[in-house]
Ligand binder design. Sequence first.
Ligand SMILES: NC(=O)c1ccc[n+]([C@@H]2O[C@H](COP(=O)([O-])OP(=O)(O)OC[C@H]3O[C@@H](n4cnc5c(N)ncnc54)[C@H](OP(=O)(O)O)[C@@H]3O)[C@@H](O)[C@H]2O)c1
Length: 234
Amino acid sequence: VIRVGLLGAAGRMGRRVRELVETEFAGQARLAASVSRGDPLASLLETDVVIDFSSPGAMSELARAALASPGGKLPAFVVGSTGWSAEQGRALAGLSGRAAILQSSNFSTGVLALLEILRWASPRLEKLGYEASVVERHHVHKKDAPSGTAISIRRAISPENPERVPVESIRSGEIVGDHEVAFRGPADHLVVGHFAHDRSIFARGAIETALWLSGRRDRPGMVPMETYFQERFR
Ligand SMILES: NC(=O)c1ccc[n+]([C@@H]2O[C@H](COP(=O)([O-])OP(=O)(O)OC[C@H]3O[C@@H](n4cnc5c(N)ncnc54)[C@H](OP(=O)(O)O)[C@@H]3O)[C@@H](O)[C@H]2O)c1
């Protein structure tokens, strides 16, 4: 049974992760450390894998604490928080020298499939004269805009120049997370999108990723989500 540490345990996502670890995943994982605002971080370093759904500030603080900890084996890290600054990103990159890390703005398999579809379709549609644009909709409590997923979508559409793809961010009510990509031509348009109905899709995806990543705990480095996706779904 894998020992899971949870950072951001009291948040919307953290609560979902806890529920699922204690029910669906009870035979495979147990919650060995659970950290909310104000709690010390050290207990997280005594686990096999940490799941982060807090904020880049909290996760980069944990990265620095992990790097400052004496020699022993570090857990693997599944990083879900979004809205990273360059400096916070450097703290995570530093940690990847000693620990296995998988960072993703979206752990739902549906979004991974959408990214694959976009990587295939975008160059073809743009060659035919269609122009891509993105609309993302989230609940009013969301702290970052555009969403991490919209940033990943931009990269899938235009790896060379993601910024050229316009993104409109809408914040309304309790929307879990919608991402819609339109390809507009002069006289028609195509739409492809992902619409999350429930946060459990992200929580389940993060736990499944954590179970997989804990098996690579001895191999430090940043593991791209695509590597995981290809191993699991191809
Ligand atoms: N990758 C994915 O699939 C995915 C899916 C959904 C959400 N997310 C991302 O995951 C993060 C959490 O989302 P959420 O909706 O669960 O947000 P949330 O409800 O605000 O939960 C975040 C939790 O982390 C705590 N926290 C934040 N900064 C902290 C710090 N510096 N030290 C200690 N605790 C801290 C918050 O405490 P306070 O309330 O006291 O600030 C809160 O309990 C966001 O970045 C969101 O964009 C990712």
